[in-house]
Design a protein around this ligand. Structure first.
Ligand code: GLY
Length: 400
């Protein structure tokens, strides 16, 4: 951020960054089209997800169409709608292969098919959304009262904190905080069909997450393992953060936004209280770190690693909470969101229209042996940054 913008009012900063989003997204939409980006390659360019190790089922593949739908809502420009619909058709293949779908069905289909239906009333898009919701609901474990995370293949992946924290237990018994952002697909399905089953599964999962994932001080576990046969609680191993018992910042941000959304969809004030408790913890941690989230709020001072995606997601969550509190209470949420977004813009944003991606500095998980997933552009950082700015401009589409 230049000296002038660093000192300007929030409104001036907002107007300026909105104009930059308009310019960058128009150029990017034309350049990227219906390719699905995740991160940039060593030359700083997006590749289509099917040219990478991640593939068409990767959990982030809804964020590009989500960005396009946000831009369509803000501008009315058909190029965004047409491109988003082309991506949505590419994702259809997942619905024909249910084993490729896990708890991330919400990220994939709320931001593609359901967004399309909400904004255009397209009946095929509604069908895709309802099918995705049924697949998500089918992952509910009746005894443990949670939606199972991750596919079987993940059981062999070693994306854990350190050697003492090997993910313990059976992959079939795992729930994770991230799923709080996926259950809005179930709330939508109940609203759409009038059938309460989807919503009841979402509420039951959210209550279990309140009990086993959030801690009294506002920090969160990433993972909980239950016995998949009996539903008995087993343990909380470490996850994508620093270690067991630490505080992975993106997980914290999923909790802030996810519990606020469960409040929106249910009116259960305990969900709003949980969202606020986690939000206050995140605000306190960012306030002592120049308003930037470390990858883990309990990581060592060295090496200093940030995760800009946690910043953007937290900002959206704070703006969601601000919608439900009284006038005199809004300030802490809205002003903190501005602080976080402006710090993120200053340190991590690239507004060159010729360059792929906006927000750099995204980190997938703390213990990244190659460093290839540390402080890099990640598509959901861009999605949530854009959503937050459009929310503040009163131009966003509600997609959750
Ligand atoms: N949902 C996976 C992540 O946040 O990294």
């Amino acid at each position: 951020m230049g000296e002038k913008l660093a000192k300007c009012s929030n409104q001036d900063w907002l107007d300026n960054v909105y104009d930059k989003i308009l310019a960058k997204m128009k150029a990017e939409c034309i350049r990227v089209g219906s390719n699905i980006p995740y991160t940039t390659d060593k030359d700083g360019k997006y590749q289509d997800i099917e040219q990478t190790q991640w593939g068409i089922g990767f959990w982030t593949n809804g964020f590009w169409p989500g960005m396009l739908w946000q831009m369509y809502k803000a501008t009315g420009d058909d190029v965004y709608k047409n491109t988003a619909q082309d991506v949505e058709k590419r994702l259809e293949v997942l619905l024909k292969n249910p084993e490729t779908i896990d708890h991330d069905a919400g990220f994939l289909f709320l931001l593609s098919a359901v967004a399309d239906y909400r904004l255009t009333n397209d009946k095929e898009a509604r069908r895709r959304g309802l099918l995705a919701a049924s697949l998500l609901a089918s992952r509910y474990n009746l005894d443990g009262k949670f939606i199972r995370a991750w596919p079987d293949a993940m059981g062999e992946m070693n994306m854990i904190s350190n050697d003492n924290d090997k993910r313990k237990g059976d992959i079939r018994g795992v729930m994770i905080i991230d799923c709080m952002m996926n259950i809005p697909l179930l709330y939508w399905a109940s609203d759409e069909t009038g059938d309460p089953r989807f919503k009841k599964i979402a509420i039951s999962h959210a209550k279990t997450a309140q009990q086993y994932i959030t801690r009294p001080d506002g920090s969160c576990n990433h993972i909980v393992v239950f016995d998949p046969e009996t539903g008995e609680y087993l343990n909380n191993p470490g996850g994508q953060g620093y270690e067991q018992g630490s505080s992975w910042s993106r997980g914290q941000s999923w909790a802030v936004y996810g519990f606020a959304l469960s409040y929106r969809h249910t009116g259960d004030s305990s969900f709003l209280d949980t969202a606020k408790r986690v939000a206050h913890y995140c605000i306190a941690n960012m306030a002592v770190c120049d308003w930037l989230p470390l990858v883990d709020y309990r990581q060592p001072d060295n090496p200093l690693k940030y995760d800009s995606t946690a910043a953007a997601i937290t900002a959206c969550g704070l703006l969601e909470i601000a919608e439900y509190v009284g006038e005199l209470e809004k300030r802490i949420y809205i002003q903190s969101a501005y602080k976080i977004l402006r710090a993120c813009d200053e340190k991590f944003c690239n507004w060159d229209s010729e360059a792929d991606s906006i927000v750099n500095g995204g980190t997938f998980f703390y213990h990244d042996p190659t460093g290839e997933n540390t402080e890099v552009p990640i598509i959901y950082g861009d999605y949530y940054f854009i959503e937050a700015v459009l929310r503040l401009k009163d131009k966003s589409a509600f997609l959750w």
